[in-house]
Design a protein around this ligand. Sequence first.
Ligand code: HEC
Ligand code: HEC
Ligand code: HEC
Length: 436
Amino acid sequence: MKKTTLAGGAAVIAGIIAAGLLWQNGDASADDVANNQTLTSQPPAASDAAAVARGRYVAIAGDCVACHTAPGSKDAFAGGYSISTPFGGIFASNITPDKETGIGSWTERDFYRAVRHGKGKEGEHLYPAMPYNAYVKVSDQDMHDLWMYMRSVKPVRYKVPETNLGFPYNIRLAMMGWNLLFFRNSGFETDPGKSAEFNRGAYLVEGLEHCGACHTPKNLLGGDTGDYLQGSNLSEWHAPDLTSNRTVGIGSWSKEQIVDYLKLGSNHVAVASGPMAEAVTNSTQHLSDADLRAIATYLKAQPASATPPPSPPPRDSAQMKTGENVYSANCSACHNSDGKGIPNLAASLANNPGLLADDASSIITTVLQGGRGAVTQGNPTSGAMPSFAWKLTDDQVAAVSTYIRNSWGNAATPVKADEVAGKRRLLQLPDQMAAH
Ligand code: HEC
Ligand code: HEC
Ligand code: HEC
């Protein structure tokens, strides 16, 4: 079974490479060249101070530090963090100005090609784990400022381990075909029919902030499907629908409630956790209020996804009864019997669209491993939830997840025990019996 999948994959990839080779003739324009910019790799001069300061904001909006810093490391941008993909782990590069192990000998042109077009210094294809398909929309001005800032950070001598994916994904040339299929080589275009605020929001969400990297569903080859921002699975997590859908999307949130979430890490119902807590902590909390409002304006303008309202299980099912018991014994102290939680601390489980998608990954992961809300300047005392992996069986976790998804006016598909077992394996948590 596994062999046929592999062979099939290889054939697909071979086809993609062939398509890419044919296409390469037309690829010259992909290397946009900043002819009018300096091509040296000297550190920025005193006169570049304003550009460096602006570039710092660009780097925050792009959240470069999230991937390019190893977990727990003090060496910002020195790389070494492995991004997990369905094809294997991909190490993010050292992008400090160290001459040997970083990008210290790069020119501004090399940098533009990497960030906006996914090409390494020698022209080799980068994996799209580096979100160049979003950064292609970054303006020349922001790229120049970003370059100035990146040249000003502390050089760190650190050789990142080599990424080694299994065949056929180890063929970097295959990315040429990937680009043909999924990379739209075009910069950001202002929509003259829309307000300046909408356009600023579009520029940030589609480009620097690369929100679609997590929130847009992917096909089998890791390319975006057409269901823009309609919610996506990130193995442990589910990144919810961000369209105006009123049940599983954020159609019922006001602009202010979206801004609160991105600035404080929580709002009237939701608390950002997991990868979103990182995005808020590193990036969105630092954006100006005007930029956050622009993002909210853009999101509110996204037409509702067609995802139908979920259908609930019978309210008197045995699973719902078990779930209710597990809930009152383990959860109601923090989340309350009315499911409303503690504002800005323990997420509300009532009226919280992020919990109602068919994909219950975030709920299962949070119950099994516990969690911590985003820590922000505006809300420095984020709440923490304990892990229940040691205490609850897979059946109990499935039951309580089903119960919270179908109480207080909620309705969503039931959660099955084998989904919980799968997450337990993924998170490498022992099962309830083994923990005793
Ligand atoms: C979601 C994760 C992620 C984010 C965010 C990200 N990168 Fe990357 N980046 C990567 C990965 C992974 C690689 C290595 C790709 C490969 O090996 O093919 C990479 C490679 C690069 C390279 C090529 C380095 C080399 O030695 O070839 C540069 C330059 C770069 N990134 C700059 C940036 C900048 C600047 C930002 C912010 C605007 C950024 N990256 C944000 C994941 C990311
Ligand atoms: C690294 C992946 C990642 C990136 C990048 C990301 N998100 Fe998220 N986002 C998530 C996940 C996962 C959740 C669910 C968090 C949870 O359950 O607590 C989430 C939750 C949200 C929510 C709450 C939705 C709800 O119904 O509860 C909003 C709003 C949101 N993200 C907006 C954004 C915006 C806007 C951007 C870009 C500025 C963005 N996200 C970038 C992964 C990401
Ligand atoms: C000690 C207090 C506490 C207890 C007990 C507790 N929680 Fe939580 N819970 C929190 C806090 C704080 C958050 C927000 C931080 C986070 O998401 O990790 C949260 C978040 C959540 C979320 C939202 C996850 C997301 O995607 O954002 C769910 C679902 C949840 N809890 C379910 C439960 C269930 C089910 C139980 C009982 C088995 C439980 N909690 C017990 C404090 C608690």
